[in-house]
Design a protein around this ligand. Structure first.
Ligand code: PLP
Length: 392
């Protein structure tokens, strides 16, 4: 291969290395649990999004095996050709039913990933409204929403983090026929929750859609784990709800729940949905069991334990110079600032048997590199005591 093609890449990789920004993947040899074997080392992990500890749950493993027996392994095709199985349909019906109290006339659409779901919502709405669409985007939105907006190529206005007044002003001034406000519910690198009730009131006043990305809320928030809308008791046909199923639900994929007309439009026009092979039906089958656990007594017990762990982690004293933004969720950022300090702290914890990832730019703004502690109901109080001791 011509050296001139590789040389610029090698140079950029070296520059990333020098800035402490070169990423390497760590190979795990065990299921996703608090105690894992990583590159041959046994570690206590605080970095998964498996908030309820369902990723290695016996009943869900059995359901996945049963799904493979019932439906085989691959779906064989996209949903619109022949890949849409009964398992997908049952899952979508169950999800629509769960969200129906919050989104009237809801239907649900299941996707292979949340990333695809976000690309699909944004690009298909833009496809319908064309240049009459204006998107209003929260400044800390997840990368998949940002990429969806790029794909939509609609006019875009950004508002500062949780600044509802700034958004109100933008909406008032906008002359767009179709308005869409886009926000994460729980911010993935900070753990705080967007003012969804206020945002929804604004959207209703201005006739705007509100797209809520509840990747970190579905399963963990609300009495039955149905997410941020249940937690805040919100209901509106202007809501477009996106929940992921690979985090608290422990399996994989994501869904959009919205008015049936919008879902039907997405089936016609969402290219990331139409031009992708349907997920293995066994995954949808396993998710039915996961949803039973999430919404039942066991889910409630797991959420109650997670809540105790959240209170416990907030009380851990931090070394001088580290800061911790307030968080009511399972995500707790400990901000050190520089990449070098954050990588060094992560390495020192690892030497004591604790695995916490260093989060750096561009995932978070430059200068706010952090250790991101994420808790799971599978953690014990002793696990957090061990983390606190390792910090001393
Ligand atoms: C993880 C995440 C996604 C993407 O979901 P996947 O199913 O992992 O593709 C989207 N939005 C937010 C806020 C997330 O944290």
């Amino acid at each position: 291969m011509s050296q001139s093609l590789l040389a610029p890449l090698e140079q950029k990789l070296r520059a990333l290395e020098d800035q402490g920004l070169r990423r390497v993947r760590q190979t795990t040899h065990t299921p996703c649990r608090p105690r894992v074997i990583v590159e041959g080392e046994q570690l206590l992990a605080f970095n998964s999004n498996d908030y309820l500890g369902l990723a290695a749950h016996e009943q869900i493993i059995a359901a996945l095996q049963e799904g493979a027996s019932l439906y085989g392994v691959g779906s064989g095709s996209s949903h619109l050709i022949s890949g849409h199985s009964k398992a997908h349909r049952l899952l979508e019906e169950r999800l629509a039913n769960l969200l129906s109290l919050h989104v009237p006339s809801a239907r649900a659409l299941y996707f292979g990933t949340g990333y695809m779901a976000n690309l699909s919502i944004l690009s298909s709405l833009a496809d319908s409204a064309g240049s009459d669409l204006c998107i209003f985007s929260e400044s800390l939105n997840h990368a998949s929403l940002i990429d969806g907006m790029r794909l939509a190529r609609s006019p875009l206005q950004r508002y500062a983090h949780c600044d509802t007044e700034a958004l109100a002003e933008l909406l008032t001034r906008s002359t767009a026929r179709t308005k869409l406000v886009v926000t994460d519910s729980v911010f993935s690198m900070d753990g705080d929750i967007a003012p969804i009730a206020e945002l929804l009131a604004l959207c209703e006043r201005h006739g705007a859609w509100l797209l809520v990305d509840d990747a970190h809320g579905f399963g963990t928030l609300g009495p039955k784990g149905i997410g941020v809308l249940e937690h805040l008791r919100l209901r509106s046909s202007q809501l477009i709800y996106m929940g992921t199923l690979g985090k608290a639900a422990g399996v994989g994929g994501a869904f959009v729940a919205a008015h049936e007309t919008l879902i039907d439009w997405m089936v016609q026009r969402a290219r990331p949905y139409i031009y992708a092979t349907a997920t293995p039906p066994a995954m949808a089958h396993a998710l039915l069991t996961s949803l039973e656990i999430i919404t039942g007594a066991e889910g409630a017990r797991r959420r109650a334990h997670l809540e105790e762990l959240i209170q416990q982690v907030k009380a851990i004293p931090l070394p001088a110079g580290w800061t911790r933004p307030a968080s009511q969720t399972a995500i707790h950022p400990w901000i050190l600032g520089t990449n070098a300090a954050t990588l060094a702290a992560s390495a020192r914890l690892r030497a004591r048997g604790i695995w916490v990832s260093a989060i750096r730019a561009p995932t978070v703004p430059t200068g706010s590199a952090r250790l991101r502690i994420s808790l799971s109901a599978a953690h014990t109080h002793d696990d957090l005591t061990q983390l606190a001791h390792a910090l001393q």
